[in-house]
Design a protein around this ligand. Structure first.
Ligand SMILES: Cc1cc2nc3c(=O)[nH]c(=O)nc-3n(C[C@H](O)[C@H](O)[C@H](O)COP(=O)(O)O)c2cc1C
Length: 409
């Protein structure tokens, strides 16, 4: 296209990234999840001003509920020189009780009428859950998210454990919340740390929730100092289990969302390990209808929403998707149980012109169990009789496209 014809046409109109979720119109699919970035009014406002479609205010509770934080509360999982591949926190719910949060909801609603203003809650008794819902409803909140999955445990029904680790407790408390919420949409935020996440998702549905958030931080021990034997984070030589978040948990989130989407008909808000537009597309493709983000914002700032929106928009133009909802579930038909996978004969093929003779594939194949690659004058040679086609050589090779897997039959 010439420059003249380009200017005649003018710039392309921006793609419509809006999504509809539980009857709520979101200007784009990116929401700030319940976390420190949504725990102060000014900061939440800055996030909305930066272009996020909505906020879920950090989990609140009834007045008088003690919230005793311990500092320092963060630690990181660094790997091969890369900082913050995962982040651990021992945070609890907000120190701001419902009396503060209900006022914030009203202010945010009046200042950001077109954005999603949601609040997260945690209660002990039925009356706590229901009064939290009623007060937020009166304040004008658009949606309520219930934290059933704080890694430090829930209160009340299953103190110390997570509510969402019990299908029975999940269904019961969801029922309480929904009874008070009436038509107001309710999301239940679940944990991936269960034997059968489908059972929990079904309990959420049976309890009457409108959707679920999958999922949350994953309980973890972030590391141990091998000189002092104190795990991280160290507070006067003591530590506790953290909630792991960030890129390290993306594969768990993808699996959790896919598994729910394959088996339970319930709207899903995707959360956990998403940093880029490409991560977001992956999560849409396994069934998430929008994306909540925390760690990537805490690491890189609110402005990442510009990259998320432009990257998603460019991808959709390139692939001819008119709406974000067109991507939702696209990967699901490709996920089957193991016994339904095709059985084929596959062999490793190494391009000698690209090979740098490092021997990584040779060692991986030798000690990885197959002994199918030998070295001949620093060139790896595949023995087809021994190669089972596992793909390890291709995955460990440092040169892209040097090794591929050929399907023989
Ligand atoms: C320091 C910190 C505090 C958090 N507090 C809450 C909370 O109060 N309620 C809640 O539901 N989730 C809370 N989360 C979890 C996040 O909302 C989110 O589910 C989790 O970080 C996974 O998403 P990410 O990988 O994008 O960070 C917190 C996360 C962090 C890092």
């Amino acid at each position: 296209m010439t420059g003249a014809s380009q200017s005649k046409r003018g710039p392309e109109p921006p793609l419509d990234l809006s999504v509809s979720f539980l009857g709520i119109e979101l200007e784009n699919p990116f929401i700030l999840s319940a976390a420190p970035s949504t725990d102060e009014l000014d900061i939440a406002c800055a996030g909305l001003d930066a272009g996020w479609a909505g906020v879920i205010l950090k989990t609140t509770s009834v007045e008088g509920n003690p919230v005793s934080l311990a500092y320092p509360m963060m630690s990181t999982m660094d790997w091969a020189g890369r900082r913050l591949v995962g982040m651990g926190n021992i945070d609890l719910i907000s120190e701001h009780h419902i009396d503060v949060v209900e006022k914030r909801v009203a202010i945010l609603k009046s200042e950001f009428g077109s954005k999603l203003i949601a609040a997260s809650i945690m209660g002990q008794k039925q009356e706590d859950w229901q009064s939290l819902v009623q007060r937020l409803k009166d304040a004008g909140v658009d949606l309520i998210e219930c934290s059933f999955s704080c890694p430090q445990g829930s209160m009340g029904e299953r103190p110390g454990a997570m509510l969402a680790q019990s299908a029975e407790a999940t269904e019961k408390v969801t029922g309480w919340v929904k009874e008070a919420a009436g038509d107001l949409p309710v999301l239940i935020k679940i944990t991936p740390q269960v034997t059968d996440v489908v059972e929990i998702a079904q309990a959420v549905k049976n309890g009457g929730a409108d959707g679920l958030t999958a999922s949350n931080s994953v309980p973890a021990l972030m590391g141990v100092d091998i000189e002092t034997f104190v795990p991280a984070p160290s507070l006067d030589q003591y530590s506790t289990y953290s909630g792991l978040t960030g890129p390290a948990i993306k594969p768990l989130t993808l699996r959790t969302v896919a598994e729910i989407a394959r088996h339970v008909d319930i709207p899903i808000s995707g959360n956990g390990g998403i940093s880029t537009w490409k991560d977001a597309v992956e999560l849409f493709s396994v069934g998430a209808r929008n994306i909540q983000i925390c760690t990537a914002v805490m690491h890189y700032g609110f402005r990442i929403v510009d990259d998320l929106k432009s990257g998603l928009s460019n991808y959709m133009k390139r692939r001819g998707f008119g709406r974000v909802s067109d991507i939702v579930g696209k990967a699901l038909p490709h996920i089957v149980d193991h016994d339904s996978l095709p059985r084929r004969t596959v062999k490793s093929r190494i391009k000698s012109d690209l090979c740098i003779g490092c021997g990584v594939c040779y060692v991986a194949c030798r000690d990885g169990g197959h002994l199918a690659i030998s070295m001949d004058d620093r060139q790896p040679v595949v023995d087809d009789d021994k190669c089972v086609g596992c793909g390890l050589c291709m995955l460990t090779c440092p040169v892209s496209d040097c090794i591929s897997m050929e399907v023989i039959t």
